[in-house]
Design a protein around this ligand. Structure first.
Ligand code: NDP
Length: 327
């Protein structure tokens, strides 16, 4: 099977009117640590060329540097504001030791953090603003009011959550519904071949009941599904970096690596790369609006964008074989 080129598809973000490319591009770990502004620009240009219209970021990525790099790259590339969708996420904060500025979704933090993110990005608004994690110490109502106010002010066009429980998402949605506030339209969970339950089971009722869309993260389980760890941990890979012990642990999990070995063989048999097959599988879930790609080099990103074409070769029989490997 060859994957010369295939057109990018655009899906509505849940029942909102916003259309996002089925594959998007994010900057976690990479921008500011493995990827400088020059490479970020090359990667974003390649993604854009392939039809990617959505770029994901967060305040906490490289402690604000990732937003600075993405904003600079967009200016250097000369993109017009109507040509792309950009997101950022708030929760962890970047001001060490300051009460109300770390691990919170309280009103003071959110109102100040959105302004600081916009300044770093050099933008007047983000398209999507996420609550990066739930905050058990702030009433959901306070967070919903504030996110709704931010949307009403025009600093974000839509808002959503990341790794909230189904119960928390429903509570936020119902508060907004009852009080006539802006509702959350999107959740950003982890979703890949080895991490499926939340998206497929826990959230099952949210898609139809609330119209929630998904932009999903770590589609390659931080690179493990590419097969790069079957013979140990390569120098410079994510599992070799300090601060990502959970990746190192997974990359050293013998049972998981055996499954990845079988997955690599299956991908080779059908002339796809393991990365393309894993990404196409993730995108094939109808509840996933956009799969966020990550890449520490241009070559990785180019390979991964081949998933657009790989998706066309993903038959129900192939999906069943892929899932059987990880069952
Ligand atoms: P992946 O699971 O796809 O991992 C990407 C990493 O895998 C790359 O940086 C690279 O790491 C390695 N890799 C990717 N492609 C290849 C390839 N073809 N061959 C070999 N190695 C490859 O996605 P991420 O974990 O990066 O997540 C994607 C995006 O999702 C993030 O950028 C971010 O925007 C978002 N995200 C959101 C979170 C949230 O809490 N909301 C949490 C995490 C991510 P290396 O070369 O260093 O080994």
């Amino acid at each position: 099977m060859t994957f010369s080129s295939a057109p990018m598809h655009y899906k509505r973000l849940g029942t909102s009117g916003l259309k996002v490319s089925q594959f998007s591009f994010g900057s976690w770990v990479t921008f500011g640590r493995q990827v400088d502004t020059g490479l970020a620009k090359e990667q974003m240009a390649a993604a854009f060329e392939a039809g990617v219209n959505f770029f994901d970021n967060a305040e906490v990525y490289s402690n604000g540097q990732s937003e600075i790099i993405m904003g600079q790259a967009i200016r250097d590339l000369g993109w017009k504001r109507h040509e792309y969708i950009i997101s950022t996420k708030l929760f962890w904060g970047i001001h060490e030791g300051v009460i109300n500025m770390k691990n919170t979704l309280n009103r003071k933090y959110l109102m100040q953090a959105i302004d600081a993110s916009l300044e770093r990005l050099g933008l007047d608004f983000v398209d999507l603003l996420y609550c990066h994690r739930p905050d058990p110490e702030t009433p959901i109502e306070e967070t919903v009011y504030t996110m709704s106010d931010i949307v009403a002010s025009g600093k974000a066009l839509y808002w959503g959550t990341s790794e909230w429980s189904a119960e928390e998402i429903r509570a936020a949605w119902e508060i907004a519904d009852k009080r006539n506030l802006r509702k959350p339209v999107v959740e950003q969970p982890q979703y890949n071949l080895v991490h499926r339950t939340r998206v497929e089971v826990e959230y099952a009722r949210l898609y139809e009941d609330l119209g929630i869309g998904l932009t999903t993260w770590s589609p390659l389980a931080s690179g493990i599904l590419t097969g790069k760890y079957v013979d140990g941990i390569p120098e410079g890979s994510r599992a070799s970096l300090s601060g990502y012990d959970f990746v190192t642990e997974q990359a050293s999990d013998a049972a998981l690596i055996e499954k990845v070995r079988a997955f690599v063989a299956l991908a080779q048999e059908i002339d796809m790369t393991p990365a393309q097959l894993a990404l196409a599988w993730t995108a094939s879930n109808p509840n996933v609006s956009s799969v966020i790609l990550g890449a520490s080099s241009l070559a990785q990103l180019e390979e991964n964008l081949g998933a657009v074409a790989a998706l066309e070769g993903l038959t129900p029989e192939l999906i069943a074989r892929v899932e059987a490997v990880f069952s």
